[in-house]
Design a protein around this ligand. Structure first.
Ligand SMILES: [Zn+2]
Length: 283
């Protein structure tokens, strides 16, 4: 499942071909993904200039000249493919329509943006730009982890008296938006905090220290995503999935990377999700 850095990488990959360009035509090849598409979506997209591409949590928001905003969510398996005339840096051939090409945006600059999603957990919606923040998916979100509103005071206050494990607290989108399983595991390893520790029982100093660590973990992953775009590793024009080196995530049974530690990475299941951590380095 794409996490925030992957979604940000997709946004950055789409920006050169979409921002400022007009959607000459939109093909909507089925009535729904996770939810039904909004009424008349193809007509409402066609002829609209894309004023800008933003990201909120794991949603990409394309602001249109019509004062509507196209919300794009990749879900579990959604992919954005860029093909057509080579205007952007990250354009590749994706000539024939494929089975799960659900929405295709034909840009007036010759680029073609394809939303392909075999499992159909993705979503697209159209909302009024002025009130986009009040959309049901966005209204519930806490501050962006890379924004100014996510700071030490906010996290200390959010954790105060909380009886849930810190892992669950950081996955709570009302506390911080867009953090997912992988990067919570990585941040807790770096902070030396066990994922099982109760959020309200961690000292304020250690909670405060989590803020820059979360920012760093995400920023490094976004940087890795940027490198993958620059290196043209994604030869089929698929944006957003990239190889990234994780310290604990997916490394059950492998040696802890902390110098001098002889323990192995442990995997436990919390609320149905895997947590990876070092029992010795994290307490
Ligand atoms: Zn260790």
């Amino acid at each position: 499942m794409p996490e925030l850095p992957e979604v940000e990488t997709v946004r950055r990959g789409l920006a050169p071909t979409m921002e400022g360009a007009v959607i000459a035509r939109a093909d909507v090849n089925r009535p729904d993904l996770r939810w039904p598409f909004p009424a008349g979506m193809a007509e409402r997209l066609s002829g609209q200039q894309v004023l800008g591409l933003r990201r909120r949590s794991k949603y990409i928001l394309a602001d249109l000249a019509s004062s509507e905003t196209l919300l794009i969510h990749l879900g579990m398996s959604g992919r954005m493919l860029v093909s057509g005339d080579p205007l952007g840096q990250f354009v590749h051939e994706h000539p024939a329509a494929e089975k799960h090409d659900h929405v295709v945006l034909h840009m007036d600059n010759g680029a073609r943006i394809t939303f392909n999603d075999p499992r159909r957990f993705g979503a697209m919606d159209l909302l009024d730009t002025a009130t986009a923040d009040q959309h049901k998916l966005l209204a519930v979100l806490g501050p962006e982890p890379l924004g100014n509103a996510f700071n030490e005071d906010h996290l200390v206050e959010a954790f105060e008296g909380k009886n849930t494990p810190v892992k669950s607290a950081l996955l709570d989108q009302r506390i911080v938006a867009g953090l997912g399983n992988i990067y919570v595991c990585e941040a807790l390893y770096r902070a030396g905090i066990s994922p099982t520790r109760k959020a309200g029982r961690i000292s304020k100093q250690r909670v405060a220290a989590l803020v820059p660590i979360i920012r760093d973990v995400l920023a490094e992953a976004i940087e890795a995503g940027g490198s993958s775009l620059r290196d043209f590793r994604q030869a089929d024009g698929e944006l957003g999935y990239f190889q990234h080196r994780f310290d604990v995530y997916g490394r059950e049974g492998e040696p802890c990377r902390t110098p001098g530690c002889s323990h192995e990475v442990t995997r436990i299941v919390q609320s149905g999700r895997s947590s990876f951590y070092c029992r010795s380095c994290q307490s």
